[in-house]
Each structure stands twice: as structure tokens, then as C-alpha cells.
Design a protein around this ligand. Structure first.
Ligand code: FAD
Length: 562
């Protein structure tokens, strides 16, 4: 059995090594056009910033080590130019010698990854991208003499590159066309991420478009000009489908290689994995492009299983992801609220702000967690988390629950590892389950931050049940009646007639207050996530409104504009 794998990094190398473990007899050749295989592309930004000091630490394997361990024929600087399906042959160019040769296959695996999007902005040639080790070398060299940098794009790679350039001491601006960085999370969850980036000196230009890139500067559509010794474009990626298209393989509606649930393309002798292929979205079953390393590696393993004749299924994907932003963990799985609403889905949102572990044990951080639930079926549709620690495991637990099709209320009963240094006896994931259960059974009702003013206009009164000290410095919702939760039973008469919105700082005391008032016959809703979620959402909304009104981005306090 002759197997050729095109692309020797995440998906491709997972296929090749797994296949060797399954079959000692297969002839396995890996063709990679760059100079490296099996490198840590997820670590590249951290080498730029010097966090991963040694370049060699990024290079996990070499053709020789892969030959020695797995008997693989790995050829770097070898670019596949064409697939001749009828003859079961690929044409390969040795980029060092310029020689072309043909190699036959029985099974071919396309693991060609993705390529960076390069929008047609005047001067874009000067912008660097970060995809591979060669790009990293170029960025390290460019950063060494630079004092200012503009990163175009506030997605995962953009924020990682920005953080690492700040780490190197550069004056960094991030220009993002949307109103928020990190598109997979909702606006109110992104607010603390923006604050963190600005607190570390990043000149964050949200709702901003780049009009032109000059020799020393980047000009925005507003006319603002940002100094830029270095420009990095991190606008997104598109599946690398050139070979597949030329070979006449079916391409899906989202632009990725179409594969079935065994990762076979429209030619059953050719499989495809990773960033190059369209996945099936686990939430709605539609086609999705999810360029993530975990998916690429899992699919690589499954492709090897299929070639080896094992029963294997390519699972739908949730898009579970995490990124570090100046000490904050920002993670998500499944869909966001904005995406669900845009798709016309009914959704119940739950916000909490628990401690990462027991507050009496040193080092606890407050984290923001959000769960999205189908209000009819109780299905978990997505989750997001932002915080200094403990976000990763909560999102991973929820992603696991989603994969196992647990309903939201079942999170209440999960037995999760606990000791004070690591969690609370009721883990934040359990708390999300408690809230989901209360909402599902009607034990409590909630109102979202963006629904408050409509409810007030319809006659609702807002009751703030926090302590007086928590309202200091103007931290109040306008028009709220202040009755601390401990005094509520004695001051019921002070609450105006009609529907009531209760709120506290994060929603916990508000829940108790709501239960007291409900049992006194009042029509009550608890402000979900409390004042903390309300203010984060209100700030995000204000920024969105100012962009929509004037087309003007929110201004940062930095003086990098000239
Ligand atoms: P790749 O790993 O990109 O490999 C494709 C390979 O195919 C390339 O090396 C390319 O040279 C080769 N190739 C293409 N065409 C040909 C041809 N014609 N002939 C020969 N070779 C060819 N994901 C996460 O989940 N977490 C992270 O933290 C994370 N961080 C990232 C940081 C950076 C800077 C980058 C660039 C990506 C990051 N990703 C992360 C995404 C992750 O790296 C990709 O999803 C994953 O590598 C995709 O694997 P793949 O095998 O599909 O493609």
C-alpha cells in the first residue's frame, strides 16, 4: 500500500504516524513544501515574543527523526504541483534542485492547511503574515529593529502576535474592523479583554478599517495614521484548496474541500483533513470552516484509521478554542449568543462570575462564564469564559458535556474534582447547571443586560440589592431603588408596583432576592450576571452605537495617532 500525504504538520503528520502504528507494511511518503515538518505552529507567536526562547523548541521532529521512529519517507522543500487522479500519480517539485518527479499512490491524503487572507489594501505587500517557521524568522528579524507595529486583525493570532510584540517592547496598535476582538465570544464578554489589552498599552482600534499601508505608517479609513515600522496581517485564513480544485475534487459551499464522514473527498482514494476541509458544525449540522489544531490532529488520526480499514467516523465539530491575552484566558465552545440570534435560534443566556477556586484559599480569580441553552430542549448550544485562571477546564468540561449531549440542567449534577486550591465544592460548571435548572423549571426568571431598558419602558422597576458601598463612584443603574438583600423582607412596601428587576453585583444575591419577592407574589426577574455583566454589555453597546452613528472608532488614550 503506497500512501502519500501532502502537508507535513498537524493533520498530515498525525495521519502518517498513526498509519505507521497501524501498518508496518505501508509505504508512507510525506511531502512538505516548507523547510520543516511537524513544527509547533501554535507556538510561533511565542517565539516572536521570546517566551519560547529557542527556535529549535518549535521544531518537534525532523525528517530524520521521523524516519528513525516511524520509517516515514519525509521530504521537505517538496511541493506537489498536480494530482493525476486517473493515473494515481502526483507531480512533485524539489524546490532545492528545481527537479520535478512523479510519485504513485494508492491512497492520497491532502493536509494542505490554510493560507492567510491578504485583502487588496494598497501596500499590503509590506504586511507580514504568520503561518510557518519561515514567516516566524521574517517576523523576528523585522521586529528586532522596530519600535512601532500595527497588527491588522483582532482574532486569535492577531491578539497573540500583539501580546508578543508588546512583550518585546514595541508600541503596538491592533486594528479590528468589528466592534470587538475575538469574534467567537459575545460583546459583553469581550469588554474585559479590550480593557486588558489597553491596560497593557495596546492602541486598540475597534470598528476600524485599514485604508492603506505606507512605508512607515498605516492609514485608517477615518484618516488617522498610525506609525508602523512593522505591519502584521492576521485577518484570517482560507482553506488551501489549489491542488484539490485543479484535480477536480468537489469543493464545499464554504470553500473547503468536501469530505464525507470518513474524510474521503469526491474521489474515494483521496482523503483530506484539517484546515483545508469543511467540517460539519456540531450545533446545527451545517458546513463549517474551523481552522484549529485539535481538529486537524483528530482528523489526521481518523484518516489513518480509514486507510487502515478500521471503522472510523469524522465527528462534527464544536470549535472549542482558547487563547491567552495578557494573562487572561479567553475560551469558547459551540456558538455565541450573537450567532444564535442572527440565525434566528431561540436562546437562553446564563452569565456567572464565580471564583476560579475557593475564595478563602489564596490566589482565586473571578472568572466570567456564559452558557447558551436552547430554552425548549435544554440543549447546550455554547459556552464562553474569560478570566485569569480556571477558564480552560470549565470550557473543556462543557465541551465534553456537549459532545456527550448532556442537557444544561445535567451540569448541576456533575461530580467534578474539588479541593480549595482548585475549585469550589460547587464548581462553577455546577453553578451554571443550577441556574439552568432553575430557569428551566421556572424556579427563577432572568433578564439580560440588553433587555433592561425595554422592560423599564414597559413599567418595570429596578431594585438594587447590593450594599451601599458597592454603589459608590456612580456604579448604579439609573433609576434603581436601593434595598440591600438583608433588608428586603422588612422593606417590601418600598418596592414600586408592577414588574420588578432585581440585581446585585453578579446575580447570586439577586437570585435570593428574586426568590423572596416571588414568594411575596411579585413578578420578578433577576438581572443575569448582575451589574458586572450589565456594565460590560452597556459599554460594548455604547461603543457599537458610536461606531454605527459616526463611523468613528472608539478612541484610545494612546498618542500614537499623528
Ligand atoms: P498545517 O498545519 O497548516 O499544515 C499544512 C502544510 O501543508 C503546510 O506546512 C504547507 O506548507 C503544506 N502544503 C500546502 N500545500 C502544499 C503542497 N502543494 N505541497 C506540499 N506541501 C504543501 N490552533 C489551535 O487549536 N490552537 C492554537 O493555539 C493555534 N495557534 C496557532 C498559531 C499560529 C501562528 C497559526 C499559524 C496557527 C495556529 N493554530 C492554532 C491553527 C493550527 O495551527 C492549524 O489549525 C493546524 O496547524 C492545521 O493543520 P493542517 O494539518 O490542516 O495544516
Amino acid at each position: 500500500m503506497r500512501v502519500i500525504v501532502i502537508g507535513g504538520v498537524a493533520g498530515g503528520m498525525s495521519t502518517a504516524t498513526r498509519l505507521r502504528r497501524l501498518s508496518e507494511n505501508a509505504e508512507i511518503t510525506v511531502l512538505e513544501r516548507s523547510g520543516h515538518v511537524s513544527y509547533a505552529n501554535c507556538g510561533l507567536p511565542y517565539h516572536v515574543g521570546g517566551v519560547i526562547e529557542q527556535r529549535s523548541d518549535l521544531l518537534l521532529q525532523t525528517p530524520q527523526s521521523l524516519h528513525d521512529r516511524f520509517a516515514l519517507d519525509v521530504r521537505v522543500h517538496h511541493e506537489v504541483l498536480a494530482i493525476h487522479r486517473a493515473r494515481h500519480v502526483v507531480t512533485v517539485r524539489n524546490l532545492e534542485t528545481g527537479d520535478d518527479l512523479e510519485l504513485p499512490y494508492d491512497h492520497l491524503v491532502l493536509a494542505t492547511g490554510a493560507r492567510a487572507v491578504r485583502p487588496p489594501i494598497p501596500g499590503i505587500e509590506r504586511a507580514l503574515s504568520l503561518r510557518d517557521v519561515e514567516d516566524t524568522d521574517a517576523l523576528v528579524a523585522a521586529a528586532s529593529g522596530a519600535r512601532t507595529a500595527v497588527v491588522i486583525g483582532g482574532g486569535f493570532i492577531g491578539v497573540e502576535v500583539a501580546e508578543n510584540l508588546v512583550h518585546l517592547g514595541l508600541d503596538v496598535a491592533v486594528v479590528e474592523a468589528a466592534d470587538q476582538v475575538m469574534a467567537p465570544i459575545d460583546p459583553e464578554m469581550a469588554t474585559p479583554v479590550h480593557d486588558r489589552m489597553r491596560a497593557h498599552g495596546v492602541d486598540l482600534r475597534l470598528g476600524s478599517a485599514v485604508a492603506a499601508i505606507g512605508p512607515h505608517e498605516v492609514t485608517l479609513a477615518t484618516g488617522d495614521t498610525l506609525y508602523a515600522d512593522l505591519v502584521v496581517a492576521a485577518i484570517g485564513v482560507r482553506p488551501e484548496t489549489t491542488l484539490a480544485e485543479q484535480a477536480g475534487l468537489a469543493i464545499g459551499e464554504r470553500g473547503g474541500i468536501l469530505v464525507d464522514d470518513q474524510l474521503r473527498t469526491s474521489d474515494p482514494d483521496i482523503l483530506a483533513v484539517g484546515d483545508a476541509v469543511e467540517k460539519t458544525d456540531a450545533v446545527d449540522g451545517t458546513a463549517a470552516l474551523i481552522p484549529l489544531a485539535n481538529t486537524a490532529n483528530l482528523q489526521g488520526r481518523r484518516a489513518a484509521d480509514v486507510i487502515a480499514g478500521h471503522a472510523a467516523r469524522n465527528r462534527p465539530v464544536l470549535g472549542t478554542a482558547i487563547v491567552g491575552v495578557f494573562g487572561l484566558q479567553v475560551a469558547s465552545t459551540g456558538w455565541s449568543e450573537k450567532r444564535l440570534r442572527a440565525a434566528g435560534r431561540e436562546v437562553r443566556a446564563i452569565h456567572t462570575h464565580p471564583a476560579s477556586h475557593a475564595t478563602y484559599y489564596p490566589g482565586a480569580d473571578t472568572i466570567a462564564l456564559k452558557l447558551l441553552v436552547d430554552p425548549v430542549t435544554d440543549e447546550i448550544l455554547g459556552a464562553q469564559g474569560v478570566g485569569a485562571s480556571g477558564v480552560d477546564k470549565r470550557i473543556d468540561v462543557i465541551a465534553t458535556a456537549m459532545a456527550g449531549r448532556l442537557p444544561a440542567s445535567a451540569l448541576a449534577d456533575l461530580e467534578l474534582a474539588y479541593a480549595p486550591a482548585f475549585s469550589s465544592a460547587k464548581d462553577p460548571v455546577n453553578m451554571l447547571g443550577h441556574i439552568a435548572e432553575n430557569l428551566r423549571t421556572g424556579t427563577s426568571r432572568s433578564i439580560q443586560w440588553h433587555e433592561v431598558w425595554d422592560a423599564v419602558a414597559a413599567g418595570a422597576a429596578i431594585v438594587d440589592v447590593r450594599e451601599a458601598s458597592e454603589r459608590a463612584g456612580g456604579r448604579v443603574i439609573d433609576g434603581s431603588v436601593h434595598i440591600p438583600v438583608n433588608q428586603l423582607r422588612d422593606r417590601l412596601a418600598e418596592i414600586p408596583d408592577g414588574p420588578v428587576i432585581v440585581h446585585c453585583a453578579v446575580g447570586v444575591r439577586g437570585h435570593t432576592a428574586a426568590r423572596i419577592l416571588t414568594q411575596h407574589g411579585r413578578d420578578v426577574r433577576n438581572l443575569d450576571g448582575g451589574y458586572r455583566t450589565w456594565i460590560a454589555g452597556t459599554r460594548a453597546q455604547r461603543m457599537h452605537d458610536s461606531h454605527s452613528r459616526a463611523g468613528v472608532p472608539e478612541r484610545s488614550t494612546s498618542d500614537r495617532t499623528r
